[in-house]
Design a binder for this molecule. Structure first.
Ligand code: LIP
Length: 282
């Protein structure tokens, strides 16, 4: 009886967090949108070569962190801009503006990415694109959705018809990136880069893209998107099982029928993943 009551209490807690997260993603998006329309070139600060920090990054992360600490004061917080606070079993992992390089140059392709991780598993993920008012949301075991409508990955079987996005950053040697790009092109894939890894993962979840690969991503860039793809029926790397929350790591998230080809072309191993679709990988 106790275990049944405990399970019901855990389910109720997660549902409450899910409702909180949906509203938080949209309120954070309103802060980002107001910063985007107000922005001027002078607001850009470089954290490093090709690494941008805008005033809006800081404002959005402060908004998110404040709301989480008010609602769930015992939870941990890991943000791209302010780092780790109050680590523990339950932690929120946040990229306030993913696609900062786009945001900094007034390109409307950016998002807020928020994941909720408990006991080493991502249970909730939200990716909100304020420019298009598109909210992607996933709860483990309950599917993935875009603006409340269920979504699923593409059914693409032929890499010659595939649209693949390959992420880039200075964290990976340039020749490794170029070699990976060459192997994907040799598969016949159309390869693009949109400079927002989180949005790219969301697009795999709803079938706009067939695969997203990046040789190193930070946890705040990818955890929400990996849950979206998994809940939408895709194959994903076991990012957290490989220590990704601390060190980041390689990311592959793909339509299941081209998963083995994409894994071979990118050199990113999908084994060990508990993605439902991995077993159905061709
Ligand atoms: C982005 C990442 C993406 C990478 C981009 C950029 P940011 O993060 O989400 O994976 O390819 O170059 O690093 O810095 O815009 O939050």
């Amino acid at each position: 009886m106790t275990s049944i009551l405990a399970t019901k209490a855990a389910d109720a807690d997660l549902d409450a967090r899910a409702a909180f997260l949906r509203e938080l993603a949209e309120s954070a998006g309103a802060v980002a949108r107001s910063g985007f329309v107000r922005r001027t070139a002078g607001q850009i600060v470089f954290k490093g070569p090709q690494d941008f920090l805008t005033e809006t990054d800081a404002a959005v992360e402060k908004h998110i962190r404040t709301r989480i600490s008010e609602a769930f004061p015992q939870d941990g917080f890991l943000g791209e801009e302010t780092g780790l606070h109050n680590s523990g079993e339950n932690v929120w992992v946040v990229d306030p503006i993913d696609g900062t390089a786009n945001f900094a140059r007034a390109i409307p392709h950016f998002c807020i990415s928020i994941a909720y991780v408990s006991a080493g598993r991502t249970l909730l993920g939200a990716i909100y694109n304020p420019a298009l008012d598109e909210l992607y949301f996933a709860q483990r075991g309950a599917g993935a959705e875009l603006n409340g409508e269920r979504i699923s990955v593409a059914v693409t079987t032929d890499p010659n018809t595939a649209c693949v996005e390959l992420g880039w950053s200075r964290r990976v040697p340039q020749q490794v990136y170029i070699d990976t790009l060459q192997r994907l092109l040799d598969c016949g894939a159309n390869v693009r880069r949109g400079a927002s890894g989180a949005l790219a993962l969301a697009y795999v979840a709803d079938g706009r893209s067939d695969c997203y690969a990046e040789l190193h991503m930070q946890p705040w860039d990818c955890l929400a998107g990996l849950l979206l793809v998994e809940e939408a029926g895709g194959a994903v790397v076991p990012f957290l099982d490989r220590g990704g929350l601390i060190s980041g790591g390689a990311v592959l998230a793909t339509a299941p029928r081209i998963a083995s080809i994409m894994s071979h072309a990118t050199g990113i191993d999908l084994s060990g993943s508990d993605s439902r679709s991995t077993s159905s990988v061709a």
